[in-house]
Each structure stands twice: as C-alpha cells, then as structure tokens.
Design a protein around this ligand. Structure first.
Ligand SMILES: NC(=O)c1ccc[n+]([C@@H]2O[C@H](COP(=O)([O-])OP(=O)(O)OC[C@H]3O[C@@H](n4cnc5c(N)ncnc54)[C@H](OP(=O)(O)O)[C@@H]3O)[C@@H](O)[C@H]2O)c1
Length: 623
C-alpha cells in the first residue's frame, strides 16, 4: 500500500540531518498523531510537496574570457592536476550565475529515498517519478534478474540489497606487480542483509511502477541508509557532478559548491561524498577532452590553505569576504483546482478505529463509513446523490480514504453517483504527492457486470490523470464480460475479480470477497455504501469481518422515500425483538454541522477464520 509512503512525507528542505524513518508503520495519521492542527513534517500538510517543481536558473550564456586569479601562482595550483590557466574561452554553459545550485534535487528527496530504501509497503508511482527518484537510491540495490509478461504489459526486475551479496575478499596470495602499492580497499561485510524487492513496470493506458518486497525478503534491512551511502554513491548525485564537470569546471570547485549546500547534499545521499568521487566521475570526460582548460566557477578562486572558495569583491575589485553562496529555494508548482486542503483541525478521535498493521491478519481491516440523516437514510431516493456531509466531514472522509488500501462500493452507488473514489487531500498522489500515494484502490461489487466501464467514467479519468487508481470490479461466475472490455480495464490498470462462492441467498460471499482482496495485497478496506451493502454488512453474522464503523450524522430527516441503512430485525431465543447490532467503544464527536459516531464491531480474538452462521454460511462448494 502507498499509505506508508504518504506517512513519511516532509518538505525537501526540512531536515538537516540524515532522514529519519517514519515514526509509525500506519502512515500519515499515526506519525502525525493525527494532531493535524499543527502541520509537521510527517503530516504532509503544509509541507505537502509536489514532484513537478524544478527551478533552474539559466542566464548569462555569453562566452567570455577570464583572467588568471592574482592569488593563484602556479605552484599553488589545486592538487591532483586540476589546473587553472590564463585566457581560457569559457563555453556558454560555464557562464552561470554565481549562486546557482548544482544540486537539482527532486522534491522531498530525503523522505522518498528513505521510503524507497525501506519499501515497507508496496509503492506505486509513475514512470516519470520512478526515473526521477530511482537514481538517488540505486546504490542500495543490485539487479538480480528480469522477466516480462506474455502480453508484454509488464516487466519485472528483481533486486537485492547490496549487502546481500557475499563478502568478496581479495586473494592475499596473489603477488603485486613490481613497484605497485597495495590498493587501500575496505572490505564490506556482505551476506548480512536479506532484503529483496521487485520493480514491476506496467505499461498500458498509463504507465506505473510498483515497487514491493518479494516473498523471500526480510521485512527490514540489517543496516541504515547512511551505511549504504558510505559504501557506494548513488548515480543521481554523481550525475550532478558529471553534468557540471563536462562544462569544464575543476572537480575541486564542483565539490566546494556541493559543500555550500550541506542540507541538499545530505538529502541526496551525499553525506560521504569526497572530492575524489567528483574527480573520478569526471575523469572519462577529461580523458576525452584534454584540450579543455579546467576553471573554477565564476566568483570562486583558489586560496592557499582553503582550496577553492567563494570570493566577494568590493567595487575596487578587492576581496571583501570569503564565504558560502546563498542557495536558491525550490518553488512549489500549483495544485489541481479540486485539491482539498489537509484538515487543520484535530482528527485524533479517529485513531482507535483506524487500521493498524498486523501481519497475522488473514482478512483486511474493514471500516464501514457513510453519511446518514437522523432517520438513517443515506440518500433522498435510490439513484440520487445526496449531500449530507459538511466541509469538515468531507475532509475527514478523504483523510479516511488516505488511510485505507481500498474503498468498496456496490454497483448501485456507481450507477447513481459516478464517483471518483480517490483521495483529493493536498499531499495525495496527483494532488502534490508522489505517484498514487494515499490513493486507495476502488472496488465495485457488480455481480452481473451491469456497470459499463468506459474511459469517460470518473474512476478511469482520475486514474489516467494520476489522481487515483483504476477500479477492480468484483463479478460472479455467470457475468459475461466482453474480452475488449476486460482488456480496456486492464489497460487502465484495473481488473475484474471473479468470486465463485455464494451465500445462502445466492449473493456473493463476503468472506470470499475479503479473502480475494487480501490475496491481492489489500490490508485495509473502507466500505462506503450504498444502502444494500451497508444494510447487509450490519447484520450480526458479519460482525467478525467488520472492525470499525464511522458514521457521519447530518442534522436532517430525509423522509420515508430515502435509501435506508438498517440491518434485518433480530429476536432473542424467546422470540422477543432485540437490537440487531450495538457497536462497542462508541464515541460521538461534533465536526462542523455533523456529529461523527465511531464504534467497534469485531471483537478481536484470533486470526482464525470466523465460524459463520446465517446468510454467510456457504450455499455450495466453490465452483
Ligand atoms: N450517504 C452516503 O454515505 C452514501 C454512500 C454511498 C452511496 N450512497 C447512496 O446509496 C445509493 C445506492 O445504494 P444502493 O443500495 O442502491 O446500491 P449499492 O448498495 O451501492 O449496490 C447494491 C448492489 O450491489 C450488488 N451487491 C451488493 N452486495 C452483493 C453481494 N453480496 N453479492 C452480489 N452482489 C452484491 C448488487 O448488485 P446487483 O443488483 O447487480 O445484483 C446490489 O444491487 C445511491 O443513491 C447513493 O447515492 C450514499
């Protein structure tokens, strides 16, 4: 799921030190303590960031001459043959402003590196985002093998952690050639970390990359990211150096400029970068271009005892100070107009009812969440969308969506509302966030395939725009799905899930639906409606499957014609009427014009499958 990724967001300028891991495995709210009134680095609220913001100044591209620095006699030239010479024609690319940054970090790189290092949950991102971020974390991973699907839609690359490779010890016995000193080589201990991932590239109506652990992988690395950064530099960072070196700048000047922005350097994985790394990455170009005279950057000079430093000159050309440049600040690009602001009020009251990571669970955590009138109606009339949530409750619903892997609705709701079933909070994928983070997978229960899925429906539109995921449609064995329709949905990244188990009322068995979703990696499911599905699941025989219920109550009566949510009537052993269902641990919290009722339904006992009675008892064996 992407919620983990969501929970780890911070602004790209937020951390001076090494990026720290997310404080909780449950993602955004947990790490934020859901005290969303104070926007901090884990909430992704105010510092929600976008991927598309890159600022690079490019001015003053005119070739010019520079003269030898008066402070640089030949014998004081920078070491390691980096030379500065007179009268060099500077190529246009060298005429950059003095304060331009060499570290063109993608937004939020520190957090994204940490998330892509840990890979706690599966991460779904666009191809473009993958290409932007992967080079900054490729030092962690070593490719093992690749394979492709038959249809050619999917390519899977398998990687292992660099420290999974066995330790390579150079043979001691081999004699060194005459006059050659032994290389200073530190041997890293291999075979110590068993984290393995797969990177699945899907190319259809849109392209996505999904990164997840393989079944044989350990849950976490045996070391931190700094350790790998020390062992090996990532290629994103080295590309910054190479890109600058080919303009004809001295490696020591490039290194000096890097060091002027320690925060950005650390965030990109350059904590242990050395001048030698910069020299090495530029050596190939230097061999190919021996005639180019290397120079320091404009405004930089060699100073004895200091190396290359930035020079501030007075009007009479005297040096007034020597110090670091002021780096430019990245700009945030605009968000889509339908972006919802991250809630600034506290949603702490939801915390006890939200999904928690539990590896032993065989079924997803299920939350029933809907908006109801005082007379328990969810819409004025069947097939009609009715607004019952105020602005605050709407933000809460989107917050809940960000905390679940999937949202399930019945086909009646899809036909009535044409919903997008995405999360539009600022910081979610498509709304300033990475990939499809915080975006739940829409699941539509449509046993006979009544829903005509087409590219104009909102769910597919938001999927193409990168603002949500394409739906999975749950169908029964008898549903006739045209192969073209199937291929079209698959092309958008959606799919049909055929469930072959019925209950005694010849409806699809919820146990089978939930099991199928769990098998697809869904660990938390929010069921939003409509009336038929909610009423069915509020029957006590489903209590073992439903963890929480969160109802937004609106101060209005919709009247008898509305779509009702109500379980069947129940009787005790003596035939006396009794309450059908009474949730436990109930809280009532006012939120704007609404009141939010939260409660727990399932009594957690064991991870064994529940013993089902009533309707959910199987009608027949699986087909
Ligand atoms: N206020 C809110 O929070 C909220 C939220 C969502 C929806 N709504 C409203 O609710 C209304 C729609 O409710 P609805 O009752 O008409 O539709 P629904 O509950 O969304 O969908 C019902 C349909 O889903 C299929 N289905 C459900 N359970 C099934 C099972 N176990 N096995 C097989 N199929 C199953 C059936 O399809 P088949 O008929 O094809 O068998 C059934 O007719 C709309 O007006 C919508 O606006 C309100």
């Amino acid at each position: 799921m992407d919620n983990e990724l969501a929970g780890t967001l911070t602004d790209s300028n937020s951390s001076f030190s090494s990026p720290s891991p997310p404080s909780s495995s449950t993602g955004l709210g947990a790490s934020a303590g859901i005290a969303v009134g104070v926007k901090n680095q884990d909430t992704g609220a105010e510092d929600a960031w976008s991927l598309r913001g890159e600022v690079q100044s490019s001015e003053d591209a005119t070739p010019r001459r520079i003269s030898r620095s008066p402070t640089l006699p030949d014998e004081q030239a920078p070491q390691n043959s980096d030379s500065v010479r007179d009268g060099t024609e500077i190529p246009p690319s060298r005429g950059e402003p003095e304060n331009s940054s060499l570290l063109d970090n993608p937004p939020n790189i520190a957090r994204i590196r940490q998330v892509m290092f840990e890979c706690r949950d599966s991460i779904e991102i666009s191809l473009e985002e993958f290409e932007r971020y992967w080079p900054f974390i490729d030092n962690v991973w070593v490719k093992q093998r690749s394979n492709s699907s038959k249809e050619g839609h999917c390519t899977t690359d398998y990687y292992m952690c660099r420290l999974r490779r066995p330790t390579c010890r150079p043979s001691q016995s081999r004699p060194l050639p005459e006059g050659k000193r032994p290389r200073k080589k530190s041997i890293r201990e291999g075979g110590t970390c068993n984290v393995q991932i797969k990177v699945v590239r899907f190319e259809g109506a849109y392209s996505t990359i999904t990164i997840s652990k393989t079944p044989g992988s350990s849950r976490s690395h045996s070391h931190d990211l700094d350790y790998i950064d020390k062992v090996k530099r990532n290629s994103g960072l080295m590309e910054f150096a190479r890109r600058e070196a080919v303009k004809g700048y001295l490696p020591s000047s490039i290194f000096t400029k890097f060091q002027e922005e320690p925060q950005k350097l650390f965030e990109a994985g350059g904590r242990f970068l050395t001048a030698t790394d910069v020299r090495n990455v530029s050596s190939k170009w230097r061999i190919q271009n021996p005639e180019v005279k290397l120079v320091p950057h404009r405004g930089y000079e060699y100073q004895q005892g200091h190396g290359i430093v930035k020079i501030h000159r007075g009007s009479d050309n005297t040096i007034t100070s020597v110090g670091p440049a002021t780096p430019e600040q990245p700009q945030k690009p605009p968000l889509p107009p339908d972006t919802l602001p991250y809630p600034l009020f506290s949603l702490d009251f939801l915390e006890p009812y939200l999904p928690k990571h539990d590896e032993r669970r065989r079924f997803p955590h299920v939350t029933l969440s809907y908006a109801s009138s005082m007379d328990s109606k969810i819409s004025l009339t069947p097939g009609m969308q009715t607004v019952l949530s105020g602005p605050e409750a709407k933000l809460m619903t989107h917050f809940l969506r960000s905390r679940h892997d999937a949202i399930l609705v019945g086909v009646g709701t899809v036909l009535a509302d044409n919903p997008g079933l995405n999360c539009r909070l600022e910081g979610a994928g498509g709304f300033g966030g990475l990939g499809r983070m915080w975006q739940p997978r829409p699941v539509v229960v449509d046993p006979t395939g009544r829903w005509d899925v087409h590219p104009e429906c909102r769910m597919l539109k938001v999927a193409v725009e990168g603002k949500g995921k394409a739906p999975w449609v749950v169908i029964s064995p008898g549903a006739q799905i045209h192969p073209q329709k199937l291929m079209m949905l698959k092309g958008y990244g959606g799919d049909y899930l055929r469930i072959v188990e019925y209950n005694q009322s010849w409806r699809l068995r919820w146990e089978a639906i939930l099991r199928a979703l769990a098998a697809e990696g869904i660990q938390s499911l929010m069921i939003e409606g409509g009336g038929t599905i909610l009423s069915e699941l509020l029957n006590p025989e489903y209590s073992d499957f439903i963890d929480s219920i969160i109802v937004t109550v609106a101060p209005t009566y919709l009247g008898r014609g509305g779509v009702n949510v109500s379980p069947d009537s129940k009787q005790d052993e003596d035939g006396k009427p009794k309450a059908a269902l009474s949730p436990g641990d109930v809280t009532w919290t006012p939120l704007g014009q609404n009141v939010i009722m939260c409660g727990k339904i399932r009594v957690p006992v064991s991870s064994e499958p529940p013993n089902l009675s009533g309707d959910e008892g199987s009608a027949r064996d699986p087909l």
